[in-house]
Design a protein. Structure first.
Length: 344
């Protein structure tokens, strides 16, 4: 039985995956607010130590617990890599360590949500759906939903830059998503800086989460790349059933990082509908991995300053984070409401 200790507000911040495509942004951003307290970590111990950090492998929960106990003064963990299950989250929360989770798999996020009572009991806060999608998509959906006074349908659209160097976990997750059942139809949508694009249903976790947190019965998230050619090729693989073959998925996972047709810009859109009513918001930025890390750092800052309640919460359930898109304005992120009739 782990003894729960009250965490010092001056405890260190363990950034797991703190040298990857997403995680590399987090330590530098947090160090601006919490100098001397940020500790990069990851499975590659040599790489982590070169940055002044430690080895911590989320694939080995027992070893991860040992690291937390040996360090002794970890106040918060920012997970920039996705564990296989909720055991890493449990290890943090049962010790009263705050958690910011950049994970994108709905089954994992749902399992971590089940630790709410544990987090409350230990005085810890965990924030889920942290990043671009999920994350900023959730916050855009919340705005559109509220603008209507309640929606009965939400359509979310994610455009990613195919020229960006995405992390291994992100590529693997995207390829695996092509094998998931198709739940809706493609949709043409206008996106800032990219015109009208065809976006395809994709198993982002936000569409599952928002049905519960916002009480909207029908939510669909769609994906496209900034390269129409790559978008067509990617979803042709799904349409022909090739994505269900493990060998082809491995091939795509290996090949995708080497293809750079396109830029590093991304765009998001959230459309809310209620009868004849419609409200929409769009957001645009550059370097999706970098912005995911910036979102994680902003959320971690709020957690560490005690601004958020204890327990496990998705980002859209926390009013203190509602203005997060505007906070990223200096980092090149823009957000606005879509004018009536614009790109419907």
């Amino acid at each position: 039985m782990t003894t729960v200790k009250k965490r010092s507000p001056e405890g260190r911040i363990l950034v797991v995956g703190g040298y990857g495509a997403v995680g590399a942004t987090v330590p530098s951003r947090l160090a601006e607010r919490f100098p001397g307290r940020v500790l990069p970590a990851g499975r590659d111990g040599a790489r982590a130590r070169r940055l002044g950090g430690v080895r911590a492998d989320v694939g080995d929960p027992e070893d991860f617990r040992r690291v937390l106990d040996e360090l002794g003064d970890v106040g918060a963990v920012v997970l920039c890599v996705e564990p296989a299950d909720a055991s890493i989250a449990r290890a943090c929360l049962e010790r009263g360590i705050h958690l910011v989770d950049v994970g994108a798999s709905y089954r994992l996020l749902d399992a971590v949500s089940g630790l709410h009572a544990l987090a409350v009991g230990s005085g810890a806060t965990a924030v889920l759906s942290v990043g671009v999608a999920p994350g900023l998509t959730n916050l855009l959906a919340l705005r559109a939903h509220r603008a209507l006074g309640g929606a009965d349908r939400l359509d979310l659209t994610v455009l990613l830059g195919s020229g960006e160097r995405h992390g291994t976990d992100a590529v693997r997750w995207t390829v695996a998503g092509l094998a998931e059942p198709v739940t809706d139809r493609p949709r043409k949508v206008s996106l800032p800086g990219h015109g009208v694009r065809t976006a395809h249903p994709f198993p982002f976790s936000d569409q599952h989460t928002l049905r519960g947190t916002l009480g909207v019965p029908r939510v669909t998230t769609r994906l496209c790349l900034d390269s129409p050619l790559l978008t067509a090729a990617l979803f042709a693989v799904r349409r022909t059933g090739g994505a269900r073959r493990e060998g082809l998925r491995r091939l795509l996972t290996a090949a995708f990082p080497r293809v750079h047709l396109g830029g590093d810009g991304f765009a998001l859109r959230a459309d809310a509908y209620d009868g004849d009513g419609h409200a929409a918001f769009v957001l645009a930025g550059r370097e999706q991995s970098r912005v995911t890390g910036l979102v994680a750092a902003e959320v971690a800052g709020e957690v560490l300053t005690g601004a958020l309640p204890t327990g496990v919460h998705h980002i859209e359930r926390l009013p203190a984070l509602a203005d997060l898109p505007e906070r990223l304005g200096a980092d090149g992120v823009t957000v606005r409401r879509v004018a009536p009739g614009e790109g419907e």
